[in-house]
Design a protein around this ligand. Sequence first.
Ligand code: ZN
Length: 226
Amino acid sequence: MSKILKEEKAIVVFSGGQDSTTCLFWALEQFKEVVLVTFDYGQRHIKEIECAKAIANELGLEHHILDMALLNQLAPNSLTRSDIEVDEAIPDGKTAPNSLVEGRNMLFLTFAAVLAKGKDIRHIVTGVCETDFSGYPDCRDVFIKSLNVTLNLAMDYNFVIHTPLMWLDKSQTWELADKLGVMDIVYNKTLTCYNGEMGEGCGHCPACHLRKRGYEQYMERKQCMK
Ligand code: ZN
């Protein structure tokens, strides 16, 4: 990463989960200053936002929590409505899981960009990832590049969307956290589980499956490298 970025600020789209927390620490290494934005869209477990707040507080970072409750009005789904069960199957990459909120990342990144421009910030960091593609079309690299152009045109500004996890699988995301020296924080203080259990999680939702499998793969690889 160029030295120039060290003199600039970035905003990180931050959910308090494994991916965005890893991105947050990545951004702290790349940029002079990091601001966080979390979207509150009536998650099943308010704990996710509590995790995000706790991490932001601990690091002493400016943290904005934006109310996106309208997402729930637009697309009732298993992540926002407690009366809809979360799919327990591991995503097959073909069918979208019922945890999908259509266009969620597009909306989040767009709102993050509006907030960022108001603060004179042009770098936006998001933990979206194509490798573990689980049916979310707005996580794909081609979409992010397209949105970047659209945002620049929409606001006549030179945004740069950074996606440090785009081509990493979950085990490589753990590896990145390890390289950044934050494995423990990511392991213990983030919430990825759809059923709202911190750290190791419930062990049987799709998010827990991916997280656990990635962790084990990385630990195995690390053993072999010794
Ligand atoms: Zn879980």
